[in-house]
Design a protein around this ligand. Structure first.
Ligand SMILES: [Zn+2]
Length: 449
């Protein structure tokens, strides 16, 4: 137990933000010691990812006065993580990241409780995510971000005028780093663009055009890719290039050097060859620290209202000098994920099976292997087998009946989206409306209830 005289020193810096009124505060801000205590008691934060960024986030959030944290990560610690994932030690190699990260932060920051979850993000029930006040993302994959984004946005409800209901909004703070570059963004579903609204910010991986490689190389990477993609096949025929085979890598490096000399290009090294061929982007500890600090501060701002939140996308670039810029992106009004949901009109006779088939053909959805829930109730689940068996008999029943004869309501569907030859797990919110029913039906139901 800390007494009243020692408590302020622990939260000295935090108190400057939480105890005093200010000109830049948010509308909900109510300064005072009660606010500090409320953050400890009532705010629950989920950190997704316990890697380079996740380690920093857990430490920063714990030191920002949050005491109810949980972390989810499916990976185990590898030796190559140790240079920057500072919560891990050599003896931890092979152990789950989430568990070790939680333990280490709890050892160092008294009063904080961190619950680890060692599993895939898709393994948790959707409702698991609804328990948190704010979800903070420290991920390195677009697919995982996209999934969490769709889950958080699925909780968002709209009123009859299509305005988002604030109470159902699940705020997210998303961090990301790549070498000396990084971003931090605040996603308030329904108000600021969600991850899907601005998916174009993540362009497909840059591939050099083959004609450039073959005819007009301009830099060291072009020479390396020429050796790797063109020369290797010319010389070795059908033999596959193995990036983990040092002899292969050395051959590509030597060919790249020859090519570079021919065109008077500098900078081909063995490590650059490895980097280009394996597409390795080095992880930089300081970038993680900067981005995590920005994310933790935004989380504190959302939870306390002590300042207006970032609006809405911060980019950091430390490649040459240091640049930080904030861009205000706008929502995509037709977004499938954070919008009111794709409208689907059905006859009352349509069975659940028929509905699932429709989703696969729907041009905006292209969703296969669909599991369907309505107001938290499983109508049909593809997995696990026990649930599949329990819900299978629903397939032949009309969806209208299964939805309690509601004339229109939201249905959540998880499944596999097949877009641009890519299959990704996703969650979609659908607005199902039944055709050919008038208001009398509603009144009958109200009377009978
Ligand atoms: Zn969106």
């Amino acid at each position: 137990m800390t007494d009243a005289t020692t408590a302020p020193s622990r939260s000295r810096d935090l108190d400057k933000l939480l105890l005093r009124p200010g000109n830049l505060v948010g509308p909900i801000f109510d300064p005072g010691t009660q606010l500090r205590e409320d953050l400890k008691e009532y705010v629950r934060i989920l950190v997704v990812g316990a890697g380079g960024l996740g380690c920093e986030l857990l430490k920063d959030l714990a030191l920002s006065g949050f005491t109810n944290l949980e972390v989810i990560d499916m990976d185990r610690i590898e030796v190559s993580n140790l240079n920057r994932q500072f919560l891990f030690r050599l003896e931890d190699v092979g152990k789950p990241k989430a568990e070790v990260a939680a333990k280490r932060v709890m050892q160092r920051v008294s009063g904080v409780n961190i619950v680890p979850h060692f599993c895939r993000i898709e393994d948790k029930e959707i409702e698991f995510y609804n328990d948190f006040s704010i979800i903070v993302l420290g991920l390195d994959s677009i697919e995982a971000r996209s999934y969490i984004n769709s889950v958080a946005c699925s909780f968002l409800e709209y009123d009859s005028d299509d305005n988002p209901r604030d109470i159902t909004m699940k705020p997210m703070v998303d961090g990301g780093t790549e070498g000396f570059k990084g971003h931090a963004r605040v996603i308030l579903p329904g108000r600021t663009p969600c991850f899907e609204c601005t998916i174009w910010l993540f362009p497909p991986q840059v591939k050099f055009p083959l004609c450039t490689l073959a005819e007009t190389p301009r830099n060291a990477a072009h020479c390396i890719e020429y050796a790797h993609l063109i020369k290797w096949n010319e010389v070795h025929g059908g033999k596959a290039f193995d990036p983990d085979e040092p002899e292969h890598m050395k051959w590509v490096y030597n060919e790249a050097v020859k090519r570079a000399e021919l065109f008077g290009i500098q900078g081909v090294t063995y490590s650059l060859t490895q980097g280009v061929v394996k597409n390795i982007i080095p992880a930089i500890a300081s970038t993680n620290a900067v981005i995590s600090a920005a994310c933790a501060l935004e989380t504190l701002k959302i939870a306390s209202g002590c300042s207006k939140t970032l609006s809405n996308y911060l980019t950091y670039n430390g490649v040459e000098g240091l640049h930080i810029k904030v861009t205000e992106f706008v929502r995509d009004k037709d977004c499938l994920v954070c919008g009111p949901g794709v409208l689907i009109e059905l006859d009352t006779s349509v069975t659940l099976q028929k509905f699932i088939d429709l989703l696969e053909e729907h041009p905006r959805l292209l969703l296969s292997k669909a599991s369907v829930t309505h107001r938290g109730k499983n109508l049909y689940m593809q997995a696990p087998p026990v649930l599949e068996e329990m819900t299978r008999s629903n397939l032949s029943l009309p969806l209208f009946e299964l939805m309690g004869k509601a004339t229109k309501d939201i249905v959540h569907v998880t499944g596999i989206e097949n877009k641009d030859d890519k299959k990704t797990s996703c969650l979609r919110k659908l607005r199902v409306v039944f055709k050919g029913i008038d208001g009398i039906m509603d009144m009958d139901m109200a009377g009978g209830a």
